[in-house]
Design a protein around this ligand. Structure first.
Ligand code: GLA
Length: 433
């Protein structure tokens, strides 16, 4: 009988160097702490990326991390300021200082520092923006190519406003407003002279199909759209927009969607969904390119996918209990193991490991996610629910999790299910790069 453990037991598996961006999986910092920077953004200065966000495990204080490769993030001296409940902090440099703008008590609060990554002090009182009767929920940030910074706010009364940030750091004129429905979590990027604005619906911490609007004129231009940026049923791959990062590389410019994969209350179990976007400048169609595991070459700007994987088919593993090898139309070789109930168990023997933390992709389909879920055990360690390691468990048919594998071919991975989720296991792929 397997015992199930919660996430805590797994944190130890993190490696010092991250090799991949894995949407939905716990993302560890170089200090082996879970990166806690939600509703935030990334700003590049020189060759360094700065990631600021709200720390869910520290009363929603602004936390910051730095990285050169968008994979390994080193915590700065955090919090950036003891201020609490400052939601969705965004970073800007409209003058000689660095500024953080976030939402406090449904108004906009600014913080200021002479250094990008520490010592932010509260700058002035929190403000409402014109029209003054409005209060706000979420913030966004956009810097245009002429160096002007814009604060995006989703005002109550269902307006998403775009205000210029003045050269003294104060919030200036409202240059545009999107008044086309109940939207929040705004983020904007620009390609070929077109401004693309992503917003989410207002469904609290539950994900919804985030929408795209676009205009060719920021000041006063009218908005085209909306259309969903991912298949509607995927609910933006179970995430909510927070920022769009443009990475200009030597070979390619890549646009990255940064979303939060919230837990049920925006708490510390929340993760991230970052995905590259494809942009069709002709039709103005932007789509999230889903990858279970990917990274960006920060120098060339190119998207990189795993290239060395060892695949182990479920039907060649040891199948016990009410596990049945049978047809699986959606499986690569049309066969899989149907795990009918918790007695079913699939054991993969002789898995080759490199020694240390390694990403292992579980390929399985779930018919009824609310009726149960899948768990795994590695080399006789207590079993762990896959969902505790990756929020995409049950939602996507490729779920990478970071496991500790021994060097050599002696590893054993046991896959089982709880409840009656209707799981069909196709196999596993052990990533070697
Ligand atoms: C939405 C907002 C978040 C937060 C939650 C609270 O998800 O985007 O910033 O306010 O609602 O329910």
């Amino acid at each position: 009988m397997l015992t199930l453990l919660a996430f805590g037991a797994l944190a130890a598996v993190a490696s010092a160097a991250n090799s991949w961006i894995v949407p939905g999986a716990a993302w560890m910092s170089t200090s082996n702490t879970k990166i806690d920077a939600h509703g935030g953004m990334v700003l590049k200065r020189g060759d360094t990326f700065y990631w600021v966000g709200q720390a869910a495990s520290h009363s929603v204080q602004p936390y910051m991390y730095t990285s050169k490769n968008l994979l390994d993030w080193t915590p700065c001296t955090n919090p950036q300021n003891p201020i609490q409940w400052l939601w969705r902090p965004k970073l800007a440099k409209p003058n000689g200082s660095f500024w953080i703008y976030g939402q406090v008590d449904r108004n906009v609060q600014a913080l200021k520092s002479s250094s990008i990554s520490d010592n932010y002090a509260v700058a002035g009182s929190k403000v409402t923006l014109p029209p003054n009767a409005y209060t706000y929920s979420d913030t966004g940030m956009f810097a245009d190519d002429d160096g002007t910074w814009y604060l995006l706010t989703s005002a109550d009364h269902n307006n998403v406003q775009i205000n210029k940030i003045n050269s003294d750091g104060s919030i200036g004129t409202r240059v545009n407003v999107l008044a086309k429905g109940a939207y929040e979590a705004p983020g904007m990027f620009k390609v070929g002279g077109i401004y693309y604005l992503i917003v989410s619906g207002k469904t609290g911490w539950r994900s919804n199909p985030n929408q795209m609007f676009w205009t060719d004129k920021l000041a006063g231009g009218s908005w085209n759209g909306p259309y969903p940026i991912a298949p509607e049923a995927q609910k933006t791959y179970n995430s909510q927009n927070t920022f769009e990062l443009t990475v200009v590389g030597s070979k390619k410019t890549t646009y990255v969607y940064m979303g939060d994969s919230w837990d049920s209350k925006g708490g510390p179990d929340s993760n991230y969904v970052w995905l590259p976007m494809s942009v069709d400048t002709g039709t103005k169609k932007v789509t999230l390119d889903y990858h279970a595991q990917w990274k960006l070459n920060a120098e060339t700007g190119e998207v990189v996918l795993p290239s060395r994987k060892r695949r182990y088919e479920a039907e060649h593993a040891v199948v016990e209990g009410r596990g049945v090898v049978g047809r699986c139309e959606r499986c690569l070789n049309r066969r899989g193991v149907h795990a009918a109930d918790p007695s079913a168990q699939v054991t993969f023997h002789n898995i080759i490991g490199l020694g240390g933390p390694q990403w292992v992709q579980f390929h399985y389909h779930v018919a009824n996610r609310t009726s149960g879920e899948a768990h795994i055990s590695v080399n006789d360690a207590p079993a762990v629910n896959i969902s505790a390691m990756n929020h995409r468990a049950g939602y996507h048919h490729v779920v990478p999790v970071l496991l500790d594998l021994k060097s050599g071919g002696e590893n054993r991975i046991v896959f089982g299910v709880s409840g009656e989720a209707g799981v069909v296991l196709e196999g596993i792929e052990v990533v070697e790069d």
